[in-house]
Design a protein around this ligand. Structure first.
Ligand code: SAM
Length: 246
């Protein structure tokens, strides 16, 4: 049965400030296409008491485009520790804090989890506004099995990388990896070495103007490496061990 309720939309738009008071609200934002903002995302960004964000310039430009004015507080790997107590104090006094990252879902290969964890430890309620996430989008368009998958985020850049690849070569579920443009060619070569029998789907610049996907076995991707545009952002989806296309 469909559990979507009309009265929830009513609650969200009419009593939003009241609903969010004393809570941390984790808000997903677009991963490249402003068209992916939702009505609720806009309403919440406008209505929270303040927004904790990874980079005030990035979020400042997003909320400006959405014609929203709100207080921004930077919260990244360097500042997180110091700001957490301050944020908790404000939430406890009845304010609501929105949490966003530069793009996509906060906490997913992005800062934010320490704040969520610290807030929960204080028995403060955490709610979320769902939205874009590059890993889930890539998985959902890959055509590879989605019933069980493992998200690895970014592989270690140097130390531990080979060990991780070796470990993943035994993985029986679909694997989703984030990779930087600087290492995507290296990763394809490594996949050819560690898991040549796996089918690979590479998604580039998802939701953006020059969105593209490339697919094949690692050796095929290497043969056509010149056709892969080495620019932008990439998600790599790897088939499970022994998977065969129907
Ligand atoms: N929190 C984000 C999310 O929910 O997807 C991920 C942030 S992580 C720092 C950035 C990485 O996510 C990029 O290096 C890339 O691997 C992936 N990514 C983000 N946006 C993307 C896009 N539009 N197309 C392809 N990959 C993307």
């Amino acid at each position: 049965m469909n559990s979507i309720r009309k009265d929830i939309i009513y609650l969200a738009s009419k009593n939003l400030r009241e609903y969010m008071a004393g809570k941390l609200v984790v808000i997903a934002t677009p991963i490249g296409n402003l068209g992916d903002v939702s009505k609720r995302m806009i309403e919440v960004l406008r209505s929270v008491s303040f927004i904790a964000c990874e980079d005030t310039r990035v979020t400042g430009s997003l909320i400006k485009m959405l014609d929203i004015k709100n207080e921004l507080l930077s919260l990244n790997a360097h500042t997180e520790e110091k700001k957490i107590d301050y944020i908790i104090e404000r939430i406890k006094s009845g304010e609501s804090c929105g949490l966003v990252s530069d793009a996509g879902t906060p906490g997913i290969s992005d800062p934010g989890i320490r704040l969520v964890n610290a807030v929960r430890k204080q028995s403060i309620e955490v709610v979320g506004i769902p939205g874009p996430n590059a890993a889930i989008l890539a998985l959902s368009i890959s055509g590879l099995p989605t019933d069980a998958f493992v998200f690895e985020g970014f592989l270690p850049q140097k130390k531990g990388r080979q060990k991780k690849l070796k470990q993943l070569s035994e993985e029986e579920r679909t694997i989703v990896i984030y990779e930087s443009v600087y290492r995507i060619e290296k990763l394809i070569k490594e996949l050819n070495e560690y898991m040549p029998e796996r089918y690979i789907v590479i998604c580039r610049e998802l939701t953006k103007k020059f969105e593209e996907t490339y697919e094949g076995f690692p050796v095929e991707l290497l043969e056509n490496i010149s056709s892969i545009k080495m620019k932008g952002e990439f998600v790599v989806v790897i088939s499970p061990l022994k998977w065969k296309r129907l």
